[in-house]
Design a protein around this ligand. Structure first.
Ligand SMILES: Nc1ncnc2c1ncn2[C@@H]1O[C@H](COP(=O)(O)OP(=O)(O)O)[C@@H](O)[C@H]1O
Ligand SMILES: [Mg+2]
Length: 411
């Protein structure tokens, strides 16, 4: 049989651990997948940064992109390759560029999700601009940010409208703190958002294509303990609810991978941050859950490259809006949103593909995560983040948690 090579590109910035594990497991899998009378082989390589001719062709079938939300030259290369060569990219760069947190709140409010009440306020300071003074003098209404306090209740959160990395997030327990947070916000455009407080559960759901993993999250713990290892998170019905929320959000925005934060209060799950389309994939945060994520990367990228499924270049929101405008409870609508998502992510075909062509992945991954190579990947990431005297201690901690995963879930 003729061999055909599918090329998977990794577009990376500071990532160290997951690509090393991904590449190693792909080598061990040594895939040969029969397809239309041919045999598919897979070549994985890291995408380099270099000048390019706009008409040059693209060798990749799939690119996993974790760089271009901030590195613009590569973003433009990826956009060119989608437009001209039909490249499939995780994630759609236009969706990442334009769907910041604010827009994601608006869209999911329209679908009926119980997003906390959120106000946007004009910034405290501005970049100099010749039109600024006349514009503000004519049109900017004087406002008192303190009045939002009684409207939204305390505590509330002042945070950037585009979010990301816990930057400039302030919890305000009273009006003085609210005023202070606004005074200190400078040129950043801020949201003022009602707090979901007190909440009794905080869950982060990582979605990767049709795959979803929900993790109980502890925002007050040190960074390496925020993703907890607790597996008794919520009832089966609630877990299913969170899975559908995640799939709906990701399908709506055309995001192949993303993480969604939801808080539970009085039995209601409130999504509060779900525009994280380059989700944390580091062993130093995910530890126990890291092998699941590496496997999710492999499964979805191999499925997309092997089947040459077409990347959805335009987003097509109408079917979601039609459901939103219809009758029925939110839960009934959520079932219908999720059905669209399952269709767009081809859940059934994906499951069948993994069953047929990746049956050995569990065993190969389980073996790999016991090796020195796996430990080296963990140590390299720890070395990049931790002070010298903590490297051994934290490498051991993360490696031990991965061994715990092997015992509980890997076999
Ligand atoms: N409305 C809210 N209610 C309760 N906690 C919140 C709320 N908004 C933010 N937080 C807390 O602040 C953290 C950071 O806010 P988030 O919206 O996730 O910003 P970022 O985009 O920087 O991650 C959240 O993980 C949560 O702990
Ligand atoms: Mg967040």
């Amino acid at each position: 049989m003729t061999e055909i090579t599918r090329n998977i590109g990794l577009s990376l910035g500071a990532d160290i651990c997951w690509p090393a594990c991904y590449e190693n497991i792909m080598r061990r899998l040594d895939l040969r997948i029969p397809h239309d009378g041919q045999t598919l082989r897979f070549n994985v390589e890291r995408v380099m940064i270099e000048p390019y001719d706009l008409r040059q062709t693209c060798k990749y079938d799939v690119v996993i992109d974790r760089l271009t939300h901030w590195y613009h030259t590569s973003r433009e290369w990826i956009k060119k390759a989608i437009v001209m060569d039909g490249l499939y990219v995780f994630n759609n760069p236009w969706a990442v560029q334009s769907m910041e947190k604010h827009t994601s709140y608006c869209a999911m409010m329209r679908l009926g999700m119980p997003i906390p009440t959120t106000w946007m306020v004009p910034p405290k300071e501005y970049e100099p601009n010749p039109d600024l003074q006349p514009t503000l003098a004519r049109y900017a209404k004087l406002f008192d940010v303190g009045r939002l306090g009684p409207k939204l209740g305390f505590p509330l959160f002042v945070k950037p409208y585009d979010g990301g990395g816990w930057r400039s997030v302030t919890k305000c327990d009273d009006e003085a703190k609210l005023r202070q947070a606004y005074e200190e916000s400078g040129k950043t455009v801020m949201h003022v958002q009602a707090g979901v407080a007190p909440f009794d559960r905080f869950v982060r759901c990582i979605g990767f294509g049709p795959q979803v993993r929900s993790v109980l999250y502890d925002p007050d713990a040190p960074l390496h303990d925020r993703y907890t290892m607790e597996r008794d998170i919520a009832s089966a019905g609630e877990m299913e609810h969170l899975r559908k929320i995640t799939l709906t959000i990701n399908a709506f925005f055309g995001w192949e991978f993303n993480s969604c934060e939801s808080l539970r209060r009085h039995g209601v799950w409130h999504p509060i941050d779900f525009a994280n389309p380059c989700p944390d994939s580091q062993v130093t945060s995910l530890h126990y859950h890291f092998p699941w994520l590496v496997k999710a990367y492999i499964k979805w990228s191999v499925f997309c490259a092997a089947t040459k499924r077409k990347m959805r270049q335009t987003l097509d929101w109408e079917p979601f809006y039609e459901i939103a405008a219809g009758s029925g409870s939110f839960e009934e609508k959520l079932d219908q949103y999720a059905a669209i998502a399952e269709q767009r992510f081809e859940s059934a075909r994906f499951e069948e593909f993994c069953h047929q062509h990746l049956p050995h992945l569990d065993e190969v991954a389980n073996e790999f995560f016991a090796t020195e190579d796996a430990k080296t990947a963990v140590r390299q990431k720890v070395t990049a983040l931790f002070p010298a005297h903590e490297i051994e201690q934290f490498t051991e901690l993360f490696v031990n948690r991965i061994q715990e995963w092997r015992r509980v879930e890997g076999a």
